[in-house]
Structures are given as structure tokens and as C-alpha cells.
Write a protein that binds this ligand. Structure first.
Ligand SMILES: C[S@@+](CC[C@H](N)C(=O)[O-])C[C@H]1O[C@@H](n2cnc3c(N)ncnc32)[C@H](O)[C@@H]1O
Length: 256
């Protein structure tokens, strides 16, 4: 028997134009879109994968959201890392169960929830209290209140107080200023990963990693291109639009 949808769960509604809405089911509540009104009670107790009909007769598909749906639709403080890059980060930083990860800054929590879902525990450093609260709320809404997640309001360029880390993940403007602190906090063999929107910032980071005093090696920078396709019987071709650029991923290993 599949689990039926319950009050308190988050679901994704998809309208006939493939617009997506993320909402939490509440008994007796209604959801309003310009394509019609939907009663939550018509969804609660049913299966996901069903189509329901709104007040204007339009059909909506009901599904539990994937992590990618949540990242794209959840409330944001800061700009999130997009799913195409989150997927690559999991492999580039070789993230997995039991690892101890330091992440700065946590922004809206998109990277945090991806790392937590891979089974690691995360300590986040974040400059802005409002962003820290947003990240914690997003993580709790997705993974529950018991996620192995702690966020501190502090500047990562002023030091890292977590010893023997397996990974340091940086999504903030000046990761080159964090190299000495990351070197002290990472265990030998650990991985540093930085996500940066411009190649100028990336070049500064690579210089800092290449500095003789920095115990890092195997530095690598990559960019992820994702092109979706339009697939219909007689028209199979790349979609006309694609996201041209998001950010550069740089990784390096902590040497002993
Ligand atoms: C682009 S956002 C991070 C988004 C996040 N990775 C996500 O996927 O939701 C960058 C964050 O870094 C924080 N930040 C910038 N400089 C920082 C620093 N020196 N120490 C800690 N956090 C910092 C900002 O306040 C902001 O929240």
C-alpha cells in the first residue's frame, strides 16, 4: 500500500502549463491560483501521482516534491545554489554519511539540506542572522527538527573552530581569505570546495591554494552546463532556452 498524503506534508501541485506550486497540506484549507481554487481536503488521504480538478475545471497533478523542487520553490533569503550544481557538488566534494562538514555561508540552506540528506552533519557559519534563521527553517521543513545541523552567526574569514573536519564548503565572496583557517580545520585528505559566480574570484582562490604555505593539492575548477531537450514525435531538439551560467566549482585536497 502506498503512503497516502497527510495533513502537515509538503506537496507539489503542477498545473496544465507545468507551473509548480509548493504547499503544506492543512485540513480545511484552500489553495488559490489564477487557474482555480483547490481544497486541501481533496488531496489529504489520497495518493501522490493523482490528478485533481480545481474550481475552474482545470487539472492539477499532485506529487511529493523532490529535493530539486524544494530548492527551486522554497522561501529564499540569499540566492540558492541550483540543483545542477548541487548534484555536481555531491560528487566533487565526495560527500557521504558520517562526514563532518563546515559550510559558509548557509544563505537559504539549499546546499545545507543537500549535504545533510547525503548523511553528513553540518555546522554552518553565516554572517546574517535573518539568513541563518531562513536556512534553519528550510532545513527543518524538509528534513525535520532532528537534522544534524547547527548554524552560528560568525564570519568564516575570522577562523574555523571545528577541528578534524572532513569537508569545508564555501559559498561566499572571498574564499581565498579562508584558506589558512580551512587548512587548520581540515583533516589530512579532507576536501575544500568553493562555489563562485565569477572567474576573477576563482583565480584569486586558485592563487591562494597554490601558495607555497598552503597545504593543498589537486586543485581543480569546473563549470556545469545543463541543456534540456524538447522531445515530441516529430520535433526532437535542444530547448531554445538554457541557463548560460551559474557558478564555478573549485575543489582541492588537504595534504599533510
Ligand atoms: C549565495 S549565499 C549562500 C547560499 C547557499 N549556499 C544556498 O545554497 O542556499 C552566500 C551567503 O554567504 C554569507 N556570507 C558572506 N560572507 C560570509 C562570511 N565571511 N562568513 C560567513 N558567511 C558569509 C552571506 O550572508 C550569504 O548568506
Amino acid at each position: 500500500m502506498p503512503d497516502t498524503l497527510a495533513a502537515g506534508e509538503r506537496i507539489l501541485l503542477i498545473d496544465p502549463k507545468e507551473r509548480r506550486y509548493l504547499l503544506t497540506l492543512v485540513a480545511g484549507a484552500t489553495f488559490h491560483t489564477h487557474a482555480g481554487v483547490i481544497a486541501h481536503d481533496d488531496i489529504i488521504g489520497g495518493d501522490e501521482g493523482r490528478t485533481i480538478v480545481g474550481s475552474t475545471g482545470r487539472q492539477f497533478l499532485v506529487l511529493r516534491p523532490t529535493l530539486s523542487d524544494i530548492v527551486l520553490k522554497m522561501p529564499r533569503g540569499a540566492q540558492v545554489i541550483y540543483p545542477k550544481d548541487l548534484g555536481a557538488i555531491l560528487i566533487a566534494a565526495d560527500l557521504g554519511p558520517g562526514q563532518r562538514v563546515l559550510e559558509a555561508g548557509v544563505g537559504s540552506g539549499a546546499l545545507s539540506m543537500t549535504v545533510l540528506r547525503a548523511g553528513a552533519s553540518v555546522v554552518g557559519y553565516e554572517l546574517r542572522e535573518d539568513f541563518a534563521e531562513r536556512a534553519k527553517a528550510n532545513v527543518a521543513a524538509t528534513l525535520g527538527p532532528d537534522a544534524a545541523y547547527r548554524v552560528e552567526i560568525r564570519d568564516v574569514t575570522e577562523g574555523i573552530d571545528e577541528p578534524d573536519l572532513d569537508r569545508v564548503l564555501l559559498d561566499m565572496p572571498e574564499p581565498h581569505k579562508v584558506i589558512p583557517a580551512a587548512a587548520s580545520a581540515l583533516r589530512p585528505g579532507g576536501i575544500l570546495l568553493a562555489y563562485l559566480p565569477t572567474i576573477n574570484q576563482t583565480a584569486l582562490l586558485r592563487q591562494a591554494l597554490d601558495d607555497e604555505s598552503a597545504p593543498f593539492g589537486l586543485a581543480e575548477t569546473q563549470e556545469i552546463m545543463r541543456r534540456t531537450w524538447h522531445v515530441e514525435a516529430r520535433s526532437v531538439r535542444p530547448d531554445h532556452r538554457m541557463v548560460g551560467h551559474t557558478g564555478f566549482l573549485t575543489t582541492a585536497r588537504r595534504l599533510s
